[in-house]
Design a protein around this ligand. Structure first.
Ligand SMILES: O=C(O)CCC(=O)C(=O)O
Ligand SMILES: [Fe+2]
Length: 273
């Protein structure tokens, strides 16, 4: 196992995900809970392997918005064609925080990559929380926040006016959930900052306008370089991330080239302070 950066990410070698033992899977889970994202290279991982491996976790959450693989409806497609300008996930976020029981994480498999670019950045929310000033920690103590995806995926939302609109589903879905601003990781107990600029609209008891300054302050503190790692995808790369421990951001720097990833989202649990 090799750390990808100071706090975030780990590369795990010498394991074939498709046929790993229960003991290996347990060690992989623990590494992901702690480091936020694990990267596996040179994997021989068919869509059937992807689904079978995901079923060894606590279940599959099918994303309400992404296009699904027609042959394997458990698999969501994260793709951008050479003539598209907008990508999916091209801003800092954590997946599914708008659900009352947010997804634990995702297993993302590289299927088609651009010649350069298309990296994914991750940021570690345990390291982010630890590095907050005592003053900021005191200001967020006991706060809760409201999350939704309606402004992102609905008819008048962020993607509606883009060239991804045609493929996205779920324009009529409505979402909303309240979570503590600081959660405890369900498995490790570590304190994690759990707000994100994409889906967290406001603190409970405050308007959007009242909330924005603190949200922005937390976002910029969380994105300190020390908290981040960068994943450069290669053919055969599989990444598994923990949505509670990390945020991620898909770079959109390969216009004119195709990129296609297969994603299975893993079921999570209720989050508590
Ligand atoms: O394409 C990527 O690297 C990540 C996209 C994303 O945000 C996701 O799959 O949740
Ligand atoms: Fe995402």
């Amino acid at each position: 196992m090799k750390p990808m950066a100071l706090h975030c990410g780990i590369e795990i070698g010498d394991v074939a995900l498709a046929s790993c033992s229960d003991a290996q899977l347990q060690a992989i889970k623990q590494a992901i809970y702690e480091r936020g994202v694990a990267v596996f290279r040179d994997q021989d991982f068919t869509p059937r392997d992807h689904i079978a491996f995901a079923k060894r976790w606590d279940g599959i959450d099918v994303n309400a918005y992404f296009p699904l693989d027609p042959a394997f409806p458990e698999i969501a497609l994260v793709k951008k064609a050479p003539d598209q300008r907008t990508n999916i996930g091209g801003a800092w976020h954590t997946d599914h925080s708008y659900d009352p029981v947010p997804a634990m994480g995702s297993i993302l498999v590289a299927r088609e990559l651009p010649p350069t670019g298309g990296d994914t950045l991750f940021a570690h929310m345990g390291a982010a929380y630890d590095a907050l000033s005592d003053d900021l920690k005191a200001r967020i103590e006991g706060l809760e926040a409201f999350h939704t995806a309606d402004h992102v995926y609905s008819q008048g939302g962020v993607y509606a006016g883009t060239d991804q609109a045609g493929e996205l589903r779920g324009q009529d879905v409505t979402t909303g959930a309240v979570h503590p601003v600081v959660i405890r990781h369900p498995q490790t107990g570590r304190k994690l900052l759990y707000v994100n600029a994409a889906f967290t609209l406001h603190f409970v008891g405050q308007s959007r306008e009242e909330s924005l300054p603190l949200l922005m302050e937390l976002t910029s503190a969380a994105l300190a370089a020390d908290n981040q790692c960068r994943l450069e995808w290669e053919a055969g790369t599989v990444a598994i991330w923990d949505n509670r421990t990390t945020w991620h951001n898909a770079m959109n720097d390969y216009h004119g080239h195709a990129r296609e990833m297969h994603r299975i989202t893993l079921t999570g649990e209720t989050l508590a302070a």
